[in-house]
Design a protein around this ligand. Structure first.
Ligand code: ZN
Length: 477
């Protein structure tokens, strides 16, 4: 590093004499590290293991593949951001805060301060074939499915993965790419109008200065629930095939961060063609999950190969804690019956506390990648626009929230869902619909509201993000 710095100074000095418009900078200015650690449950020790995401009392009977916490750490200018993708239905802020504290304690060894600020982002992939880490899918309604010993294991393993990623950081080069071939959208079924997808694959790859991949981070939006409600084998669902395939193609760790999956973005109901037979893969099969995972890996792989390199020299992390009124009666009852086992305590005036965040990577004062951190399952029209005012809406005059991706100005934009919390669906207030008549003349209510904290979630999150973007000073060094 001393040698490189020396070269840089010489080049800058040479430029000053020759009046170069742009200083030439050689070599990496960021450091990166990555790690993956298993968090597969022990069916005896953690049993009965209630599987999350569909009905109550779906008890795991076996293992198909390992669950992982995969983390990439990026550092520049005294600031470190660790981005972790965790094979889990969702983790609450309470668990994320514990992980953040444990990471700091382990890095500092309880004595000397770590030389830089370390910010940890924990995003569940929303795996519907993993243990219940939210409590909602226990033996029966109102009885928690959370196993405390497994929750301890999850916290320890995510911490271990994040700490290892930080400790293994080395000088790195960074590139970012994006791809959105039309057949990508066929892997997703959107069962509630408007049909809006935020389905591009965005890839960040960090390599050693010699080009060996350290980590490949993929951001895409779809529910990992291909195996459906009857499966009882623990699996990471399509992210298993996606990450395994990327880790085979490239060295290093593949980190998957899910996107705006609300509204709702699902492989269930999507016609996914098996190229070998020319026929659609059967519903609820590992074959379908494999085709989806490998297809996205193929697209992500070519996006990584065609990605744009950036001379990254600056990383920012911003976060705001906000309070959202919790009007969902089911969530209120769950909180009262301690389904969440001490987590998600409501405030005195009935609100839930949740974070909204932003990670920004810049080169020479210009942001090239912004990552919105959204604490739940955002409807894609809140990310990219396209909110529709249907007849029957409960709040027909509600202002339309400014789309999250329109608020960001960097060349590449990611939206990470279930980031640092899981508050359920985040629905445009103008599309909120619990009371008849139902949207668009439907005979029964659309699915979504029963798994949302309430109609104020979207406007409050959009406002918080707007304040973060303004306060963070877009493009400022
Ligand atoms: Zn969901």
């Amino acid at each position: 590093m001393v040698g490189l710095t020396h070269v840089r100074i010489l080049l800058l000095a040479a430029c000053a004499f020759s009046l170069c418009a742009q200083p030439v900078v050689l070599g990496p200015q960021i450091r990166a590290g990555a790690a993956r650690v298993t968090l597969t449950p022990d069916l005896k020790k953690h049993g009965p293991v209630y599987m999350a995401g569909f009905g109550n009392n779906r008890v795991a009977t076996g293992m198909h593949d390992n669950l992982y916490a995969r983390c990439v750490a990026l550092s520049a200018g005294g600031e470190t951001v660790v981005l972790c993708g965790v094979d889990s239905i969702g983790l609450f802020l309470d668990d994320v805060e514990r992980i953040r504290t444990d990471v700091k304690t382990q890095l500092t060894g309880g004595k000397k301060a770590f030389p830089e600020e370390v910010n940890v982002v924990v995003a569940a992939t929303h795996d519907h074939q993993a243990p219940d880490t939210m409590g909602l899918w226990g033996p029966e309604r109102g009885r928690s499915g959370i196993n405390d010993a497994y929750m301890n294991l999850v916290a320890e393993r995510v911490t271990q993965s994040a700490v290892t990623a930080v400790r293994t950081m080395q000088p790195a080069l960074i590139k970012v790419g994006e791809a959105h071939p039309s057949d990508l959208d066929q892997l997703i079924h959107d069962d509630r109008p408007p049909e809006v997808l935020d389905a591009g694959v965005i890839v960040l790859q960090v390599t050693t200065p010699h080009g060996t991949p350290i980590a490949t981070l993929v951001n895409w939006a779809n529910h990992p629930e291909t195996l459906g409600a009857q499966n009882t084998l623990i699996t990471a669902d399509y992210p298993f095939y996606l990450c395994t395939e990327l880790e085979r193609r490239f060295e290093g760790v593949a980190v998957f961060l899910n996107g705006a999956v609300g509204g709702m973005q699902s492989p269930l109901g999507a016609t996914v063609i098996d190229k070998a037979s020319g026929r659609p893969a059967a519903e609820n099969t590992f074959q379908k999950a494999e085709i989806i995972g490998r297809s996205v890996a193929e697209i992500a792989g070519s996006a990584a190969r065609n990605a744009t390199p950036f001379n990254a020299d600056h990383i920012e992390f911003h976060e705001r804690l906000i309070q959202i009124p919790m009007s969902n009666k089911g969530f209120q009852l769950a909180a009262q019956s301690d389904v969440f086992k001490g987590r998600k305590k409501m405030t005195a005036d009935g609100a839930t506390v949740t974070p909204v965040g932003l990670v920004r990577l810049s080169a020479q004062g210009k942001a090239f990648l912004e990552i919105a951190l959204i604490p739940g399952e955002m409807y894609p029209e809140l990310s990219v626009g396209g909110v529709v005012r249907y007849s029957g809406a409960d709040y027909p005059d509600a202002p339309v929230e400014p789309p999250i991706k329109n608020m960001m100005t960097a060349e590449f934009k990611m939206l990470v869902g279930l980031a640092d919390d899981e508050i359920g669906y985040i629905i445009p207030k103008a599309e909120w619909d619990e009371k008849p008549p139902y949207l668009n003349g439907a005979e029964k209510p659309w699915y979504g509201e029963e798994n949302s904290v309430g109609p104020e979630a979207a406007p409050l999150i959009a406002l918080a993000f707007q304040q973060i973007v303004k306060g963070a000073g877009a493009g400022k060094n």
